[in-house]
Design a protein. Structure first.
Lengths: 363, 322
């Protein structure tokens, strides 16, 4: 076992893109764990003076060319007298330094103790100057803070959904493979039936079932359930194939002869022996889940306010006029892409390491 | 062979019946119905709502409505009545079928024409710069959400000064008779959905083709062909032919996949296909429309799988024998 582990880790770390993906994912998860601390503002606080403000310009030298460290300027909002378009003008004489570890809005760090320390930000009141790395949205909420907090939903939905679908899939798949016969035919037909509906329409139709008047947390778990209801079928098929070949092995026959119960054989012998494949299947299915959640939320059938996710954030950028005048609203999409890409890299590397003969794909 | 085909067709009947039950149950589980949107409207009296429910047969128990629906389909080919459009669902779907099928078929054709040679190239030159570039682009293609890709393309088109982004025609050509100019205008709009829908599938196909090809190249039969002294070109031809076989089973599910893949893109790009239509029907609780659409996709999938199985059996004698 020790040797196998060493071979697998070595082979994984040889895969450059996989390691890269792993590093990116580690960073993303650190960010979402400490989201409140990293976000300079509360993600729900609205700021009237900064509605649709563009990303802040960070300057280093003042008007006289003197080095001032990173700073931003105070902003004033005015309207164009003819078109009534909102215009933001920077007051170039003001200097609002950007600092690390500043005091800002209060929040509960990791949900345990209350603090107002933020990783970075400006000390000026948010009426006059705001540090908006990615600009602000329709209500003057800081998009960077919203992305950081929204990542909590986007990055966990895939994990939870996969966990649930692997759990269901592993049980049903191993029952199907282990018992064979009529149960197997029944389960296989059922899976085939469900697979005759393509994913996206089924996802959307199921997402509508989640009642809109539920609280956001419930909706979140509702969406996780919807995603995993469709995801388990692939896992079940792989699992069935693996169990079919495993159940003829001597150690399983021995257990059977000794009178070990079927459930115990599945639990103690079959599932542990397929664990490495299950890990590969789950890593490969996470990207699809993340994309699924963001598509559902993008269409307004998923996560709802005040909770937010990258897909829901991107929904604001849907109209042509928004795209043209506030292109920074598209930034959440880049995060979806980075997350999905990293999971794909890691999944690919993991498959090459754990499953060099591509058993999973062929099943 | 005929017995096999007939058996496969017969299996489709119970499958479609079960599919209809699943569709119906999913719709029934959704909270609210078409009439519930009027409940909060003080201008509509409770009597009117009751009357509307009666007219739309929404007051009957679910089982009765299910059998009414199935009876309509079997006896009259009537898939129900759209509450929102006040027209038969079959007609509505049929009207939007044209563009949906055209976009789907052109996308599939482009995907295959590009993906197969790309996969073959990357398998024949593994770990070469070309292979890396294609693999990386492939990963990008799988990872970019289609709606985000559509938004980016729209953004760049707007920045480049294009005035009519989205849709299939510029305003002046909508409803106009077909002319050369209209056709050119169509092409100017059509490339966007093709690229957006095509790219994600392209990447997947290319990866599968590359995998198949690598498997075949590593197999003993290629070695034996070389041992016979056949030239590389002939060997390659045999390899490609065998690597293409498993692709047939993918081809069977291509049409429904692309159909459903276009849904979100079509909503973003505002295309006159079935996607936005299905989405609106879902939001409006226009239940027969939603069910008919789901049934339609399920049927296409079943037919696609059937055709793929038949084609595979024709191509591969090993499958035919068992």
């Amino acid at each position: 076992m020790e040797g196998t582990r060493k071979r697998v880790t070595e082979s994984f770390f040889k895969h450059k893109l996989g390691v890269f993906g792993l590093v990116v994912l580690a960073i993303l998860y650190l960010i979402i764990i400490f989201a409140d601390f990293i976000a300079p503002y509360n993600y729900t606080t609205t700021h009237r003076n900064f509605v649709y403000a563009a990303p802040s310009k960070i300057r280093f030298r003042d008007l006289e060319g003197k080095w001032r460290g990173p700073y931003i300027c105070e902003m004033t909002k005015a309207r164009d007298p003819i078109t009534y378009e909102v215009i933001f003008t920077e007051d170039l004489n003001t200097v609002v330094p950007v600092k690390f570890f500043v005091r800002g809005e209060e929040y509960k760090f990791l949900g345990i103790w209350t603090t107002n320390l933020h990783l970075f930000g400006v000390e000026e009141s948010p009426d006059k100057a705001m540090l908006l790395l990615f600009g602000a949205d329709r209500f003057g909420r800081d998009l960077f803070s919203r992305i950081v907090v929204g990542g909590r939903v986007s990055m966990t939905v895939g994990l939870l959904g996969t966990f649930l679908s692997v759990f269901i899939g592993a049980i049903i798949g191993s029952l199907s493979g282990y018992y064979g016969g009529r149960i197997d035919i029944l389960i296989q037909r059922f899976i085939e039936l469900l697979r005759s509906f393509p994913r996206i329409p089924l996802w959307l139709a199921l997402a509508v079932i989640v009642p809109p008047n539920w609280p956001s947390t419930w909706v979140y778990f509702g969406i996780v359930t919807v995603l995993s209801l469709i995801g388990w079928m692939g896992v079940a098929r792989v699992m069935r194939g693996l169990v079919l070949s495993l159940k003829e092995k001597e150690f399983v026959l021995a257990a059977k002869v000794m009178g070990v119960s079927d459930m115990k054989i599945i639990r103690k012998h079959l599932i542990p022996n397929t664990l490495s494949y299950l890990i590969v299947v789950s890593t490969l299915s996470i990207p699809g889940m993340i994309l699924g959640e963001s598509s559902i939320s993008f269409l307004g059938l998923g996560i709802k306010e005040p909770m937010t996710s990258w897909g829901l954030l991107l929904k604001q950028a849907q109209s042509l006029s928004e795209l043209e005048s506030h292109p920074w609203l598209m930034i959440p999409g880049i995060f979806i892409m980075i997350a999905v890409l990293s999971f794909n890299f890691v999944g690919d590397a993991l498959r090459d390491a754990v499953d060099p003969y591509r058993t999973v794909e062929k099943l | 062979m005929w017995a096999f085909i007939i058996r496969r067709i017969l299996i489709m009947i119970p499958m479609m019946i079960l599919a209809s039950i699943i569709c119906f149950v999913i719709i029934e589980l959704q909270p609210g119905d078409f009439v519930s949107q009027y409940l909060d409207n003080p201008r509509i009296s409770p009597e009117q709502i009751r009357l509307l429910r009666e007219q739309l047969a929404l007051d009957k128990p679910a089982i009765t409505r299910y059998f009414m629906w199935v009876k309509g389909i079997v006896t009259k080919g009537d898939f129900g009545y759209s509450f929102a459009y006040q027209r038969p669902v079959g007609d509505l779907i049929w009207e939007r079928m044209g563009w949906t099928v055209i976009i789907a078929l052109v996308t599939i054709a482009l995907q295959w024409v590009l993906a197969v040679p790309m996969g073959i190239y990357s398998a024949l030159h593994p770990y070469s710069p070309g292979d890396y570039v294609m693999t990386f682009t492939g990963f990008l293609g799988i990872s970019i959400p289609d709606f985000f890709f559509a938004l980016i393309l729209m953004f760049f088109m707007l920045k480049m000064g294009s005035t009519s982004v989205g849709g299939l025609f510029s305003t002046q050509f909508i409803g106009a008779p077909w002319t050369w100019a209209k056709f050119l205008d169509l092409l100017k709009h059509l490339w966007m959905p093709l690229v957006v829908v095509g790219v994600s599938g392209l990447a997947g196909l290319m990866r599968v083709m590359r995998g198949n090809m690598l498997d075949i190249i590593g197999s003993p039969f290629i070695t034996s062909l070389r041992a016979y002294g056949l030239d590389e070109k002939t060997v390659r031809r045999h390899a490609i032919k065998n690597a293409l076989n498993p692709m047939v089973s993918i081809a069977g599910s291509e049409l429904p996949n692309v159909f459903s893949g276009t849904i979100i893109t079509a909503i973003v790009l505002n295309l006159p296909t079935m996607g936005p239509f299905f989405y609106n029907a879902l939001l409006n609780h226009d239940q027969y429309l939603v069910m008919a659409f789901l049934m339609f996709i399920a049927l296409i999938t079943q037919i696609g799988n059937l055709l793929a199985d038949i084609a595979l059996a024709l191509l591969d004698p090993r499958i035919r024998m068992s």
